[in-house]
Design a binder for this molecule. Sequence first.
Ligand code: SF4
Ligand code: SF4
Length: 357
Amino acid sequence: MKSKVYFVPADGKETAESLAEKAKKAYLATGLNDRIAEDEFAALKIHFGEVGNTGYIKPQWLTGLIWEVRSKTKHAFLTDSNTLYVGNRSNSIDHLRLAWSHGFTPQTTGVPVIIADGLIGHDKQEPRGAQSRTASSKIASGILDSDVLVCLTHVTGHVQTGLGAAIKNLGMGCASRAGKLDQHSVTHPRVNAKQCRNCGVCMAFCPEAAIVQAEGHVVIDPAKCIGCGECLVVCKFGAIKMKWDEDSIRLQEKLAEYAWRVFTHFKGKAGFINFLIQVTKDCDCMAKNQKRIVDDIGILASLDPVAIDKATADLLVERGGGKDLLRAGYDIDWAAQLAHGERIGLGTTKYTLVELA
Ligand code: SF4
Ligand code: SF4
């Protein structure tokens, strides 16, 4: 059976008010709002961006959608989990400051921000259910203690998974720090000594001090490396590689299994909104302004995380004139997360696109 994916087109000339209206329209079309019972806890999962990043979903785009959720429950909140790497979102105090600085305040959105895995990322629960890559998922407690989940996702490319969309937001974004570590543990970057210019930039960015000086180049200490991928992004000379096929596919399959355990927990009370606005090569964890890789496309909404991500990827290929814009950024088979998600019952790649006027 096909899943429905709702699509509201948008171009680069939209005002914040217009995008808020479109996001609300897409969200209401899914019917999720009608399933929210009075005063249920509704987690609005988002990425608040990074210092210097401008691609994140702006709080003003969410006012209409949040108003609808609040008409059902006074227990709605915006949320994210702390990051694996040390930075502006690795503990709840810094994370909240970052969210406020990007405008996610109760005055703007009407709802509080709660970091879902506690002060330093230790608050987690571990739903089980064996799959081929994992037996359980370490998920932020604030997510699993909620009754309703709305995943608000800014679509981007990604250095390790090729595509960062609903499945990524669900599987990695809802994981506690231990859960993120568990998923990343299958990636093993290494330095190509011939390409390394010994500039030292990667050493400064590595959160685990896993990159050390060798003779004329740097090397990665596998015992310390947590596989976060920061070094892959910051090396301008392409000297840091991972085994794209093996590492990325293993990571994507773990990601899909993590996503599946969160999704099944909500028993039909989870929905997904993908913003194809300012789509960039790298994700919003990058502390820099990034260029669009394609003109703005619009907003998608669905109750099926696999279907919405397939529709997202298809639209990106279509708007790229048939060229896979995600693979142009990183040559990664991003479809692995969709294929594994479909295999394990997370959703279907077969969908009907319903365009809303
Ligand atoms: S950033 Fe790249 S070129 Fe510079 S030291 Fe690291 S691996 Fe070598
Ligand atoms: S070596 Fe690279 S992937 Fe490993 S922890 Fe450091 S930045 Fe992350």
